[in-house]
Design a protein around this ligand. Structure first.
Ligand code: SAM
Length: 284
């Protein structure tokens, strides 16, 4: 575990980790209440919280969505293979733990490029026969899809679940739709895509919230974190049938907290909670 108090000594820092640069995975983990972060990560968190005090609701909403979507796929579909791109640091409920509760033999391949994620992931998965973590750039689909472990463990002639949860907003520019199309093209019919993204709902109340966080992330040392509109996000999932996101809403993008919530909401969502959106969709 990484020291949560002071700058870590060199012996505490895993090989390949720069303790002077914040990491997406460690900042996200910090917002989820994890301890695997450095002073430089907490500095980013502090600035985000100064900009929007309820910003942690974005991370919580995103992770809750991921967990519920995995439970849905494991319980309601026959999907037994999962490619989880941008897995993040292991936390309380990880994809393989959720889906293997429903099916002990479900295969999960995690992909990330953060050295701390890879070190913790390898340690956690050492004793799991059906879950793997590989190092690759998730914005280079051809590399991920051609990776030896991916080819060995995932059968692309059968349906699988592709997870890109909380990832594409870290890709600058307009190539998100191209990246996702390459992944989607590789999926067999009947496959599912679980996707979430920082969301600008384009209202006079919520756009300023999204912009304040984006400003800290994009212009700070993280250098990435774009909030995109409904049209921009849905354009990343071409040709898919979107699963109805709850009992009353027509298929489409919704704020993550609205995607089949676990129970009634007794408190109104914060403004920040409305700025992360998710979709589960099926390839026909
Ligand atoms: N999917 C998890 C979730 O939703 O709870 C974690 C999301 S976290 C915000 C984003 C993850 O994507 C981090 O672990 C980060 O290291 C990883 N990531 C970002 N850019 C990446 C890249 N180009 N290649 C591989 N992983 C990347």
């Amino acid at each position: 575990m990484i020291s949560a108090t002071a700058k870590p000594s060199p012996s505490q820092v895993p090989v390949g980790v720069d303790p002077d640069r914040p990491s997406i995975a460690r900042v996200y983990d910090g917002f989820l209440g994890g301890k695997d972060n450095y002073a430089v990560d907490r500095e980013v968190m502090k600035k985000v919280l100064q900009a929007v005090p309820e910003a942690a609701d974005i991370a919580r909403g995103n992770r809750g969505f991921l967990n519920r979507a995995c439970r849905f796929l494991a319980a309601q579909t026959d999907i037994d293979q999962f490619l989880d791109c941008g897995s993040g640091l292991p936390t309380a409920e990880n994809t393989h733990q959720i889906v293997q509760r429903a099916n002990r033999d479900a295969v999960v391949v995690y992909v990330d490029n953060d050295p701390v994620v890879l070190a913790h992931g390898r340690a956690l998965l050492e004793s799991d026969e059906h879950a793997y973590i590989i190092e690759a750039d998730i914005f280079e689909p051809a590399t991920v899809l051609a990776h030896e472990t991916v080819r060995q463990r995932i059968d692309f002639s059968r349906p699988l679940a592709l997870l890109h949860v909380g990832t594409l907003h870290h890709l600058e520019g307009d190539s998100g739709a191209i990246v996702m199309k390459q992944y989607i093209d590789a999926l067999a019919p009947g496959s599912y895509v679980v996707f979430s993204h920082f969301y600008d709902p384009e209202t006079s109340e919520l756009t300023p919230v999204a912009k304040r966080i984006e400003d800290v992330l994009v212009h700070g040392p993280m250098g990435a974190g774009r909030f995109r509109s409904r049209d921009q996000i849905e354009a990343m999932l071409p040709g898919l049938e979107i699963i109805k996101p709850n009992a009353v809403t027509e298929p489409g993008l919704v704020a993550c907290y609205q995607w089949w919530p676990d129970g009634p909401m007794l408190r109104p969502p914060s403004l920040a909670a409305q700025c992360i959106a998710g979709i589960v969709a099926r390839k026909p």
